[in-house]
Design a protein around this ligand. Sequence first.
Ligand code: NAD
Ligand code: DAU
Length: 340
Amino acid sequence: MTILVTGGAGFIGSNFIFYELQRHPEDRIVCVDKLTYAGNLSTLAPVLEDPRFRFYRTDICDRKGIYEIFEQEKPEIVVNFAAESHVDRSIEGPEIFLQTNIIGTSVLMDACRTFGVERFHQVSTDEVYGDLPLDRPDLFFTEETPIRTSSPYSSSKAAADLLAMAYFRTYGLPVSISRCSNNYGPYQFPEKLIPLMIANCLADKPLPVYGQGLNVRDWLYVEDHCKAVDLVMRRGSVGQVYNIGGHNEMRNIDIVRLICHELHKPESLITYVKDRKGHDMRYAIDPTKIHRDLDWLPETKFSDGIVQTIRWYLDNKPWWGEIVSGEYQSYYERMYGNRA
Ligand code: NAD
Ligand code: DAU
């Protein structure tokens, strides 16, 4: 079987490609990635020479380029990870989020309709459900929770989900959607909370915690997400949404303290900065459906996963060191320069 993976040079997409090539040696992977600031071809170095792997540097919004790839490769499954994924950047400039996350998804689905596929799987996010209050720990996001977005990022992802369901109903495209909580693990771009705090700790730089650091995220190790997407795209029902999460809620401040502790750095590095606009308070996934229907359960405990992740960043400084010395510097200055 040929599986076309978009966004495979990014954080979750690259981990997914490694997972697939290892677990399903009979399958081929075709990766399509524009290589934006967040995509890094060096991440895929271990598989670039694998005869079961093929890479195309193409924008998912480029209809002609995408159709040519479909004609050439004839994928049976398409998994769409490609997206602009950082909430803070979406607040700074929404347009590219609408372009890639909405138009790009529609181009891919049109290609699926034109050439025929067994499955189009859309990788979505728990952020489409908005947020939950801190004083109601009994509430969780289920697949029936109404869409209620907060940021341009989550709004663009929600629009893509609605389009995907429209293509299912209108054209009968065999679509599935998964909505996962916050991922952590190797190859995450250092603009996101955990790798940013690790990189800053190692450089003895201030650790910028938004607001009071009381916002809660539901953390899942990236390989557990990959395993869930693999199950949904192969065995999940079409026209269905599956939530993915491991009941691992943590406050941001506790994550940052833990990273300081693991790296033997003083908590005095923690600096409270101006809050994110429209900052979601709490995310919490109810994963009952994917457990019941597909027998999925997370395998990595947070206490192990976070130590492995910190160890990975310690061992792979050239990978992220190069990133934080490039365009990232001006992003960091824009985002954090006047924030105190
Ligand atoms: P990422 O930003 O690390 O990677 C995104 C990848 O997409 C990059 O390789 C980039 O080059 C590529 N890309 C961007 N625009 C493109 C375009 N127009 N055409 C082709 N490729 C393009 O993102 P990530 O954290 O790995 O997230 C992957 C997916 O998972 C996204 O759809 C995101 O919404 C979703 N998601 C992420 C998380 C998380 O915690 N990171 C949680 C739930 C869902
Ligand atoms: O929930 C899934 C989502 O998780 C994905 O859809 C997004 O693609 C992914 O980026 C992530 O979104 P968040 O906004 O939750 O992740 P981020 O790492 O940007 O921030 C996590 C929390 O940490 C959030 O409450 C904001 C806070 N934060 C973040 C940064 C970068 C800080 O306090 N300081 C920071 O410097």
